[in-house]
Design a protein around this ligand. Structure first.
Ligand SMILES: [Zn+2]
Length: 128
């Protein structure tokens, strides 16, 4: 169900994750960098992790040089995943996934040093 929550600025951890993913996987994409700069967040998860829907003012700054992709980072143990979704040239979501009881995605994660980064092309539209 859609929630009626007002967009708020990204937290330090959310901003760090977005910038880390863009720096690693789309370093030359200035349109996405501009979107990240002005991005706001709407919480989409109640578990306490940093997952958010991303709200961008994309007028005039959508990226046409990138397909629909998920920018993915995972920690060395593969228990934590951060996924930044790009759809129609816009940042749309930061999804933070953890392996249940084995690990919790801290909302105050400080950095992603040692993490591995991959880009996954998305072929079909998703209904998230
Ligand atoms: Zn969560």
């Amino acid at each position: 169900m859609p929630r009626e929550r007002r967009p708020v600025p990204l937290t330090t951890t959310q901003r760090m994750l977005v910038y880390a993913l863009l720096t690693e996987l789309a370093p030359t994409n200035s349109a996405l960098a501009r979107q990240a700069e002005a991005a706001l967040a709407v919480s989409n998860c109640d578990c306490g992790c940093p997952s958010v829907d991303i709200v961008t003012d994309s007028r005039g700054s959508t990226s046409t040089s990138i397909a629909d992709v998920d920018l993915v980072a995972h920690d060395p143990t593969r228990l934590l995943y951060a996924v930044l979704s790009v759809r129609n040239g816009c940042l749309t979501e930061l999804d933070c996934v953890s392996q249940g009881a084995e690990a919790f995605f801290s909302p105050r994660l400080a950095d992603v040093s040692g993490w591995a980064f991959t880009t996954e092309i998305v072929d079909e539209p998703t209904n998230q």
